[in-house]
Every structure is written in C-alpha cells, then in structure tokens.
Design a protein around this ligand. Sequence first.
Ligand code: FES
Length: 183
Amino acid sequence: MLRHPKKKHRQYLYQGDPLAAPPPPELETILERHRGRDDALITVLEEIQNHYGYLPQRQLQYTARELGLPLSRVYGVATFYNLFHFTAPGRYMVRVCRGTACHVNGSRQIIHALKDKLAINEDESTPDGLFSLQTVACMGACSLAPVLVVNDNTYGRMSPESAVDEMEKLKRENAILDAEVRA
Ligand code: FES
C-alpha cells in the first residue's frame, strides 16, 4: 500500500482579535478630533506619527476601522508621502544635511560612509534600534557645513571619517548607559 508521507500541521495559537479592545486613549483623542472628516486622513497620520514617532501597524488598522475607511486607502496615503515612516525611530536619529553648502562640502560622501557603517539606507533604522538615518534640507548652520545632527546635537565640519567615529562613540556611550541601567 502506498503510504503518504506524514503531513505536517502547523499549529496556530488563536490570540483573539487584536482590535477587539477600543483604541488606546492617545489614539482615540486624535481620531475623535477628525471623525467624520473625509479629508483629514493626512492630518490624522501626521498626528499619529508625531505622537509615536512613526506609524505603527496596529494604529493604522484602528484608524481605518474607526474612520470607516478601507485599510488599503490608509496605507495608500501613508506610503505615498515619504514623510511617513513605518518603523520605530532609533535611539539616535542621525540627520545629514544635503543642503547646497553641505553638498558642496562633501555631505554625499558622509551619507555613503554612514550607510556603509550602519548597513542601512536612508529612512531606515538599524535592527538593534540604535540608529536611524535621514537626510534633510538646510538646517540653517551653513557656516559649519557639512553638518550632521544627532538627536538635538549638531556636529559641524564633518568628514566621512569623523562621522563614522561619532557613530562609534555613540555606540560606546550607549553600551555604558545600558550597563549602568543593568547594574
Ligand atoms: S546647507 Fe547644510 S546647514 Fe545649510
């Protein structure tokens, strides 16, 4: 008799409907302000991103349900504009200026060096959640070009090497902070 190889069954653990509970209060407050306004989707997404630092998947699902919109429309708008991000920002938000003064002084090389060093592209975060990389327009510090900003700290007259060194320093600083928290 021909025997069938033993079928493997995947086991799924039903964990309930993740949207069964009402939206968290902070999201409810945002949605409440714009409920019934068909043209408010971009504003809603901006406010969600301002609050969470990015657009969490669950919050987008709540938004679609609560505003009575197809989820595809919410994602369609969110992916159309590159100001929106879908992953949590890293602990260190690294912004490289690509304004004219910084560009002519080598910001492109700095961006390449940081992409290599962090192994990410623009608008991405490292898998350990430590760094996010963005490029931005003139930050008003042209006399210091080329300029790099990490969180609220501005670094002027950078080179690819000094930018990479700063990432190393931040990594070490972060390891020390983590060790202090664990101690
Ligand atoms: S061009 Fe970079 S700070 Fe102005």
